[in-house]
Design a protein around this ligand. Structure first.
Ligand code: MN
Length: 380
């Protein structure tokens, strides 16, 4: 039996003409990746600076027009929205939160004017994509360098129909931290617009993604990239931002989910046992705020499902990481069956579909009528 799921963690590849609407002098400063001839490394150019990073050992594949094996192995729909929807149907994926790819390097831009103009263009393109299908949830991008620009763009993006606001896992250096009151107008604007805050995890702000070197580094660096999202969740809960705005929800994508109870316990421990040092003003325990307003997506983690089933944290959702080759493309059904076959219908539905639909009800259930695509309450 086919299990349908929504994905709280997917990506698009930016089309080459994405920033054509920008004047040439601005367009040329947007992030782009150029692969070396032998495929051993890529150079990322961003706003007048560049850096190199090694490519996976597999390198360039013959006959793929300079595409790396990583790109060649990507799902057929990685660069074509119509084929993408066919891929999703085949895999049993309905709605998706779709993040950038090269766009993650936008965080290296230092010029507020450049990022303000670029976010306008990318958000208009995102709205066009959303108009193709209700399945595509495209988080709006905003400047993290200028709070007024960010607020104005949230309002504009909401007017374009975007339902989520994509944020880095912390404010860049030289800008007030997200927990500072300077940012309150942004949280107010997001809440007023009914937008969900979404964070695709990455390393803690300002830290190099290649944090560890030597034995175990590759594996450890993937784990390290989860800490930025966890830290963002803790900040939004402990700072009072979520407490003051009970309608505001935060989704942390691709950092796993079984840290939710861990973070909640640790924040409560600090808030209660260290109350002589803690001066935060909250109307609720921070752990309760995490449990109610923070959502997290995972791909394969067996303990993520137990976070709902055994630990009572309901805001866990599955994610495919489509079209990345480390995601579930090609084995989505196998993964979903391994994760959910031994679970109750309620837990299975919650993690596959319910938590996602709570954040993005407009997406609705998959039109494919089968027992697994509906809430258990609706079928009993
Ligand atoms: Mn991802």
């Amino acid at each position: 039996m086919k299990l349908w799921a929504n994905s709280g963690d997917s990506h698009y590849n930016e089309p080459p003409d994405l920033y054509d609407a920008l004047p040439k002098d601005l367009r040329e400063r947007m992030p782009r990746s150029v692969k070396s001839e032998d495929g051993s490394y890529e150079t990322i150019y961003v706003d007048g600076t560049s850096f190199e990073r090694p490519m996976p050992r597999i390198g360039i594949v013959k006959g793929t027009k300079g595409r790396t094996l990583m790109e060649a192995l990507q799902a057929p729909g990685a660069r074509d929205w119509k084929i993408r929807r066919q891929d999703l149907d085949d895999e049993g994926i309905w709605g998706e939160v779709i993040y950038a790819s090269v766009g993650f390097w936008n965080s290296m831009i230092k010029d507020p004017k450049l990022i303000a103009e670029a976010t306008k263009v990318v958000n208009e393109w995102s709205a066009d994509v959303q108009r193709q299908s209700i399945r595509h949830v495209m988080p709006a991008q905003v400047s993290a360098l200028d709070i007024e620009d960010a607020v104005a763009e949230v309002q504009r993006a909401a007017g374009l129909g975007l339902k989520a606001l994509g944020l880095p896992p912390g404010a860049p250096k030289g800008v007030p931290g997200f927990n500072r009151h300077d940012w309150d107008p942004l949280w107010d604007a997001a809440e007023e617009a009914g937008m969900v805050l979404t964070v695709h995890t990455g390393p803690p702000v300002g830290e190099d993604p290649v944090h560890h070197h030597g034995p175990g580094a590759g594996t450890m660096n993937y784990l390290y990239a989860c800490y930025g999202g966890m830290d963002m969740a803790a900040m939004m809960a402990a700072s009072g931002i979520l407490d003051k705005r009970p309608g505001l929800k935060l989704l942390i994508s691709e950092a796993g989910a079984s840290w939710l109870p861990f973070i909640a316990d640790r924040l409560d421990e600090a808030f209660r046992q260290h109350s002589e040092f803690v001066r935060d003003e909250l109307t609720r325990m921070p752990g309760e705020i995490v449990r109610e307003q923070v959502y997290a997506s995972f791909q394969h983690d067996p303990t993520a499902v137990l976070t709902v089933a055994a630990m009572g944290f309901p805001n866990v959702m599955w994610g495919s990481d489509y079209p990345h080759i480390e995601g579930t493309f090609g084995h989505t059904q196998k993964t979903l069956h391994e994760l959910f076959d031994d679970q109750t219908p309620e837990v299975s539905y919650r993690v596959r579909q319910g938590a996602f639909l709570e954040l993005f009800p407009h997406v609705g259930p998959p039109p494919h009528e089968d027992a697994t695509s509906r809430a258990p309450a609706a079928t009993s």
